[in-house]
Write a protein that binds this ligand. Structure first.
Ligand SMILES: NC(=O)c1ccc[n+]([C@@H]2O[C@H](COP(=O)([O-])OP(=O)(O)OC[C@H]3O[C@@H](n4cnc5c(N)ncnc54)[C@H](O)[C@@H]3O)[C@@H](O)[C@H]2O)c1
Length: 246
């Protein structure tokens, strides 16, 4: 299928994990170009090899100047940005009494302010085009809360709230610019490599579908919400968690 045919796509944190799976699905579905934004360029060669519609770009989502320069370059070269996936995210977990100001600020900076900054740069272009799809990755933790994740939960809840506001804001003046969010449950990526299996086992046990998410599960949901198949869906949060109730 060619569900992304002709589309210029931007995926933050696209070098590995869930972001990488999204980049791969968009490319397979015939995107005109998929830009994988990330902080290091180590994985870009591997991402680009053998395909002409994937390109890595070093853009830190906390850096307003880098983001603006990237958006201007893409628009001057391609004339449009059709899809934005706000995927880049970090964790710095601790019980609240042990959470430092630095750990709080770092997570807010990437997961919340970063999503705001990239969307601020891209959304006006989409509104000028009159079309576009934005999907921001939140988390079940942003909906249900979790022990030791005050900073992370605050950012992911914030992403959900911003998404709902953007669905209203970006559709003004007849623009068909949609904003949705995907909330994964625990997903097998480098982000959770340090979580011991003994912590993950009870989560799997509480999951009706009896496993953790794989990156492809999340990527397929994002693909749907970024494709024209979902053109009447906006302001929604789609849980992809096997039915987990935390
Ligand atoms: N893995 C899970 O269990 C899980 C569950 C729910 C939600 N999520 C969310 O899914 C998203 C992807 O997570 P993942 O598990 O693939 O993580 P990951 O750590 O495997 O990958 C995240 C990517 O984001 C990049 N990144 C980090 N900071 C960045 C910055 N400032 N600018 C640009 N890129 C940056 C990293 O370099 C990395 O390539 C995150 O938003 C995460 O919070 C993950």
């Amino acid at each position: 299928m060619n569900r992304m045919e002709g589309k210029v796509c931007v995926v933050t944190g696209g070098a590995r994990g869930i972001g990488r799976a999204i980049v791969d699905r968009f490319a397979e579905e015939g995107a005109r170009m998929v830009f994988a934004l990330d902080v290091g360029d180590g994985a870009f060669k591997e991402l680009e090899v053998g395909r002409t519609n994937v390109k890595g770009a070093v853009v830190n989502v906390t850096d307003t100047v880098q983001i603006q320069a990237f958006v201007e370059k893409v628009v001057s070269e391609f004339g449009a940005i059709d899809v934005l996936v706000n995927n880049a995210g970090i964790t710095k977990d601790a019980l609240i009494q042990k959470m430092s100001d630095d750990d709080w600020s770092a997570v807010i900076g990437v997961n919340l302010t970063g999503v705001f900054k990239v969307t601020r740069a891209v959304a006006p272009q989409m509104m000028a085009q009159g079309r576009g799809a934005i999907v921001s990755i939140s988390s079940v933790v942003g909906l249900d809360g979790n022990i030791g994740q005050s900073n992370y939960a605050a950012t992911k809840g914030g992403v959900v709230a911003m998404t709902k506001g953007w669905a209203k804001e970006f559709a003004r003046k007849g623009a068909k610019v949609r904003a949705n969010s995907v909330s994964p449950g625990y997903c097998r990526t480098p982000m959770i490599e340090s979580v011991p299996e003994k912590v993950l086992e009870p989560i799997i046990a509480k999951t009706p579908l009896q496993r953790l998410a794989m990156p492809i599960d999340i990527a397929n949901a994002v693909l749907f919400l970024c494709s024209d198949e979902s053109e009447f869906i906006t302001g929604q949060v789609l849980r992809v968690d096997g039915g987990l109730v935390l």
